[in-house]
Ligand binder design. Structure first.
Ligand SMILES: [Zn+2]
Ligand SMILES: [Zn+2]
Length: 350
């Protein structure tokens, strides 16, 4: 089979590999669509200890089961499925709390074992979910990032009628926006340096804030904190979400959140950064980290997607697997108005 292999920082190539065989508790899936994740962009650059070359990445995917091990539960050859790529033990303290994404035994498909940037991928059956009747494979491939949005929405708590701020209009920012809308947030501000990304946030119903330095000739721009304060009579928002993760965006979220409000940290751009701790204390902010999704968040994401509650269209690009390396470069340097690139193994280039 053909697989897209990350061989060294900034290098990917198509290689011929043996087709995987399923262990007793696994299934083999013929991959239909596999999305490129932001975490894989930093992995591709070599900035990520989780991933070491050579590696087949790809953890946001859908496809059809072509082979099932004898202990694969109720899964059958021909089933259209998607996969929670964060496997877990199911027995430890965090798993019993439903926080499977925090399991000390967790492993990620596409990092600890070969992922879905290939014609076929083998995965544990217990994390494989049949798509609901009538759901397309293309939509199914979005379940994983939607799960991240669902998690952020869950941690935001009761936001009905409240205001919110999201910094970062990449896929996670756009999905968090929709999660807060579903939870009934009233006015949601969204900020991004890239005007094309910001426009996607606007099209989804966010109130856009364009910070200084965004785009050619955008010398002006608005200070994110000032714009939020002005629009909220000086209070700030009830909930802010940092979907970028730099010292600057983390600090902006603190300053833009009202007293006793909640700040959700999701972006992982910088491993460490200064935070205005005294302001967090004086404002009595609740600061929450939001990491990936628990098993239930993933399943809710699948249902919500099926119900049509989340969309990244019309900014999804489908590309042949062989063009994956080029898309990694483009997403790093100039993403433009692309919310998600879905690689399609079953398609020739050109
Ligand atoms: Zn991902
Ligand atoms: Zn566990």
């Amino acid at each position: 089979m053909r697989a897209l292999v990350w061989t060294a920082p900034e290098k990917m190539e198509i290689q011929e590999q043996a087709e995987p065989k399923p262990a007793a508790d696994e299934v083999v899936i013929r991959v239909a669509f596999a999305g490129i994740c932001g975490s894989e962009l930093s992995g591709f650059l070599g900035h990520n200890a989780l991933r070491t070359p050579p590696l087949v990445m790809g953890h946001e995917f859908s496809g059809e089961i072509v082979e099932a091990g004898r202990d694969a539960g109720g899964l059958r050859v021909g089933d259209a499925v998607t996969v929670n790529p964060l496997t877990y033990c199911g027995e430890c303290r965090t798993c019993r709390m439903g926080l499977t994404q925090l399991c000390p035994e967790r492993r990620l498909v596409g990092a600890h074992r070969p992922g879905a940037f290939a014609e076929y991928v083998s995965v544990p059956a217990f994390v494989t979910h049949r798509l609901p009747e009538g759901m397309s494979l293309r939509s199914g491939a979005l379940t994983e990032p939607v799960g991240v949005g669902v998690r952020i929405g869950r941690l935001a708590g009761d936001v009905a009628g409240e205001s919110a701020l999201i910094i970062g209009a990449g896929p996670i920012g756009l999905l968090a926006l929709q999660a807060l809308q579903l939870a009934g947030a009233d006015r949601i501000f969204i900020a991004d340096l890239d005007p094309e990304r910001l426009a996607m946030g606007g099209a989804l119903g966010g109130i856009t804030i364009s910070p200084p330095g965004s785009g050619p000739g955008a010398a002006g721009g608005e200070d994110v904190v000032e714009a939020v304060k002005e629009a909220t009579a000086g209070d700030g928002v009830a909930v802010s979400v940092d979907a970028v993760g730099t010292g600057g965006t983390r600090s902006q979220c603190v300053a833009a959140t009202r007293n006793a409000g909640t700040l959700i940290l999701s972006g992982l751009h910088e491993e460490t950064s200064p935070m205005p701790a005294a302001a967090i204390i004086r404002q009595e902010l609740t600061v929450r980290g939001s990491f990936a999704y628990g098993a239930a968040d993933f399943e809710d994401g699948l249902d919500e997607l099926h119900a049509g509650h989340y969309r990244l269209d019309p900014w999804i690009v489908e590309a042949p697997l062989a063009e994956g390396g080029d898309w990694f470069m483009r997403l790093i340097h100039n993403p433009g108005n692309v919310s998600k690139v879905l690689l399609v193994p079953d398609r020739c280039s050109g």
